[in-house]
Design a protein around this ligand. Structure first.
Ligand code: FAD
Ligand code: NAI
Length: 467
């Protein structure tokens, strides 16, 4: 039996970062991971492979549709999907091996197998070959992540009816792809396959895309996606998917009820959210409490109701994002080492990696209205940004929302090329409690897209220069 200060269950972004930080702080740390490779959902079947395919498919679309406008003639452009999938796999392998290296470098002991909490301070590891060992530890951090939400009555076979995992692995471009859910997975992976030639229809239960994001952003983004060729059926629910002869018949009806219709598809992507993953962990046995959504309940120090057991990442409340999980990993490691780890949930950026990208941090207009907070809004379109004009990437805008009394930045919402990188300066500014005036008075390099952020901040005070 080995004894540790900390055993982390799961080596996704939450778990591996937590383990590294704990080891840096001098805790004797081990991780248990049931996948063959480290990195969790994010590196293996999430963030990284999806971004590799988004990058490659965007390059394909550039070459097929936009190069001629730039005076570049590359002749007939052909897709080699197997090679593109190989490119994706290389990116994944590079990242997962990187995590393995970092764990080793920081002297974190690694165990491959399924972990079950046998009691406070005891983690049983069962390896694939059935081998069994018990780890003794002062503390346990659960970082087991999340799993796909199933649609009742719809079986995911990962060939015709796929989750995001199957949608990242398709061996051929489907002629017709039907996506259930206009959330981030539906629109990112819908974009990948549309660029590569699929006819994509997105069926969404609500009357808008990207729920949770600022409403104006959602509207504009939907228009852009529709212009690119994605068809939307909003306020519509899927009531059944029948698979026969290698294709699917999807039955849909208005969300409010009404006449049903059917849509034929070659592949159906179920992307209606994710649920916390706690299967087989033995939580019942040790009495760890879950909330009504199946998430592990924790206090502000990530402690569960059982002494010595903590939880972070997708398996607890909050946005299911890799960087949120990572920051919680650092915070809990620091707390366990006697420091004051902390995550500021008011400043967690959220990015959709389509083209153009959508990026958001802080409050939406809808949230501010609901909370009765008086605010000023400054908006600047990329059509008026010099660099966007020169690049021919003028779709979208930056919107800065600032407190009406103090001018403090409360939220920023961007649709546009490179929005995911643009949002970072705002996140830093918000962490420092910046006002819109602070951003407006900061010198931004010309010609860059960042000038649109400065101009939107100037627009809060109604003094943008270029509109
Ligand atoms: P996970 O990454 O899910 O890791 C949990 C790990 O625990 C897994 O490896 C699992 O095998 C292991 N595990 C579970 N149970 C046990 C057990 N009993 N014993 C041992 N090991 C166990 N987020 C972003 O921020 N940006 C993105 O671009 C992005 N893209 C995404 C794209 C897709 C298609 C998907 C599905 C998700 C994406 N996400 C993205 C979300 C992101 O992947 C998650 O928020 C993140 O992985 C959560 O990290 P985690 O450490 O909590 O859990
Ligand atoms: P999501 O919550 O983003 O979107 C799900 C969508 O499905 C919502 O619009 C919802 O209204 C709709 N929906 C739910 N039930 C439905 C039904 N029965 N019929 C039709 N529509 C229905 O979830 P998604 O896209 O599955 O992604 C899961 C999570 O993964 C995200 O919440 C996010 O946290 C994470 N993720 C993050 C990414 C990023 O940061 N770029 C990329 C991909 C995933």
């Amino acid at each position: 039996m080995s004894t540790y200060d900390l055993v982390v269950i799961g080596t996704g972004p939450g778990g591996y970062v937590c383990a590294i930080r704990a080891a840096q702080l001098g805790l004797r740390t081990a991780v248990v991971e049931k996948r063959a490779t480290h990195g969790g959902t994010c590196l293996n079947v999430g963030c990284i492979p999806s971004k590799a395919l988004l990058h490659a498919s965007e390059a394909f679309e550039e070459a097929t549709k936009h190069f001629p406008d730039l005076g570049i003639d590359v002749g007939t452009v052909k897709l080699d999907l197997a090679k593109m999938q190989g490119f994706k796999a290389e990116g994944v392998a590079g990242n997962t091996k990187g995590v393995e290296f970092l764990l080793k470098k920081n002297k974190v002991e690694t165990f491959h197998g399924t972990a079950k909490i046998a009691g406070a301070g005891r983690v049983e590891v069962t390896s694939e070959d059935g081998g069994n060992q018990m780890l003794e530890t002062k503390n346990i951090v659960i970082a087991t992540g999340s799993d796909v939400t199933r649609l009742p009555g719809v079986e995911i076979d990962e060939t015709i009816v796929v989750s995001s995992t199957g949608a990242l692995e398709l061996a051929a471009v489907p002629k017709r792809l039907l996506v259930i859910g206009a959330g981030v997975i539906g629109l990112e992976l819908g974009s990948v396959w549309r660029r590569l030639g699929a006819e994509v229809t997105v069926v969404e239960y609500l009357d808008r895309v990207l729920p949770g994001m600022d409403g104006e952003v959602g509207k504009q983004f939907q228009r852009i996606m529709a212009k690119q060729g994605i068809a939307f059926k909003l306020s519509t629910k899927v009531t059944g998917v029948a698979v026969a002869d290698g294709a699917a018949t999807v039955t849909v009806e208005p969300a409010a009820g009404g006449a049903a219709e059917t849509i034929q598809a070659d592949v159906v992507l179920v992307a209606i959210g994710r649920v916390p993953y706690t299967e087989g962990l033995g939580l019942d046995g040790v009495g760890v409490r879950l909330d009504n959504k199946g998430r592990i309940e924790t206090d502000s120090h990530y402690a569960t109701n059982v002494t010595g057991i903590y939880a972070i990442g997708d398996v607890i409340a909050g946005p299911m994002l890799a960087h949120k999980a990572e920051d919680e990993g650092v915070a809990v490691a620091e707390i366990l080492a006697g420091q004051s780890g902390h995550v500021n949930y008011a400043v967690i950026p959220n990015v959709v990696y389509t083209y153009p990208e959508v990026a958001s941090v802080g409050k939406t207009e809808e949230e501010l209205k609901k909370d009765g907070i008086a605010y000023n809004s400054g908006k600047f379109p990329f059509t008026a940004n010099g660099r966007a004009k020169a690049n021919g990437t003028t779709e979208g805008f930056v919107k800065v929302l600032a407190d009406a009394a103090s001018d403090r930045v409360l939220g920023v919402h961007i649709v546009g090329a490179d929005a995911g990188n643009l949002i970072a300066e705002v996140a830093v500014a918000m962490e420092f409690g910046a006002s819109a005036e602070d951003i407006a008075r900061t010198c931004h390099a010309h010609p860059t897209l960042t000038e649109a952020v400065k101009e939107a901040a100037l627009a809060v005070g109604k003094r943008a220069i270029h509109v």
